[in-house]
Design a protein around this ligand. Structure first.
Ligand code: UT7
Length: 335
């Protein structure tokens, strides 16, 4: 139903799903030259979850979405739109439509968003715009990634970091707006610092000189860890500060800080730069590693399940990663 009236939005419910297979640092140290000591002290990660051979990204997204729907006491047919933020779809044409079919959201449009570890933030902001214009009332946003399928398992610089997972949130129209503000940024000049590139150099790819065709394939994740680290600890605090200033809020007003779960040292440094005490910092990367677009909605859902969010709490969520992209959403909890 369309309307020209501006309306508000709030987060109605959340859900999350993680694969059962857990890989500890000790197990990884049998695959690459690393140790539990190195991984724990440099990243805070102790284990990560990986999908099984028979599981797909859609299974994870389905299970997270069902949880969010059940918590909201909604049927999938109530959904107007589904946004899946992922950089590891099982179909390059998009995987949101498969999720739409699997949950039976027959009245919903569905599309993917690719923004790597900032994906959930971009998805949430996109969803809120559809609600503000009155185009849609109930939107499911899913952050899901299975980067285990894309890391080079012989590269100790990257393979120790990532895990698989999915998180979901339902955003619904409301008279009052609880999505207080946002801030988004992109610096494409530094895109080479973290990529999963399509290359035409593979010898296994199809070449045809007559037709002038040279097909390639996607390679593995490559990352300049040091540069991405420096980027995150300098740009994320700036983004949060700018967003707070626009809302006339101070860091003291923040109840919870949910950052993309990339590295515990990044989380701590960002909190310290903003003078935010660590008890307000939500962290689960010890258990799951970096789950890319899924990390923020999983952390949000776990905090909700623990009963940490209270009515009126101010929650700051920031994502950052490949692109390079980074951004912040500030919401007020409404239960
Ligand atoms: O979601 C996307 C966002 N991504 C990120 O936020 C990643 C940001 N970057 C990081 O989190 C960190 O840079 C890493 C965890 C990736 C690396 O930590 P670091 O403290 O920056 O280590 P480094 O790359 O400077 O490497 C230090 C040493 C090197 O050895 P030398 O040259 O000093 O002899 C590396 O070869 O540690 C070595 N190293 C390892 N040693 C054991 C690198 N990886 C490993 C490993 N195990 N897995």
């Amino acid at each position: 139903m369309k309307s020209s009236m501006m309306t508000g939005a709030y987060l109605l419910s959340t859900g999350s799903a993680l694969p059962d297979i857990s890989i500890s640092n000790e197990m990884l140290s049998k695959v690459v030259n690393t140790s539990d000591e190195w991984i724990s002290t440099r990243t805070g990660i102790k284990e990560r979850r990986l999908i099984s051979e028979t599981m797909s990204i859609i299974d994870l997204a389905y299970s997270a979405s069902n949880q969010a729907l059940q918590k909201a006491k909604l049927h999938a047919q109530h959904l107007d739109l589904i946004i899946v933020a992922t950089s590891s779809p099982n179909d390059l044409f998009g995987c949101a439509s498969q999720l739409q079919a699997k949950i039976g959201a027959t009245n919903a449009a569905a599309f993917d968003i690719t923004a790597a570890c900032s994906g959930f933030i971009v998805g949430l902001i996109t969803a809120s715009q559809f609600i503000y214009t009155g185009s849609y009332k109930t939107i499911l946003i899913v952050g899901a990634d299975i980067l285990s399928q894309w890391v080079d398992w012989s590269d100790r610089n990257t393979c120790i970091l990532f895990g698989d997972g999915a998180g979901a949130a339902i955003l619904q129209a409301n008279q009052k707006n609880y999505i207080l503000g946002f801030q988004l940024n992109t610096n494409g000049f530094e895109s080479n610092q973290l990529c999963l590139s399509y290359t035409k150099t593979s010898s296994q790819s199809y070449h045809n000189d007559l037709l002038g065709i040279k097909q390639g394939q996607f390679s593995h994740i490559t990352m300049n860890g040091k540069e991405v680290y420096k980027f995150a600890v300098s740009k994320v605090p700036e983004s949060i500060t700018q967003c707070l200033n626009e809302l006339n809020l101070s860091t003291d007003d923040i109840s919870w800080l949910i950052l993309h779960q990339a590295n515990q040292r990044i989380l701590n440094t960002v909190a310290d730069k903003l003078n935010i005490p660590h008890y307000k910092l939500i962290s689960n990367l010890q258990y799951y590693g970096n789950t890319s677009a899924a990390s923020i909605p999983i952390a949000l859902d776990e905090a909700c399940k623990k009963g940490q969010m209270k009515n009126g709490d101010i929650i700051v969520m920031s994502g950052f990663g490949a692109g390079l992209t980074w951004g912040t959403v500030i919401i007020q909890w409404h239960s």
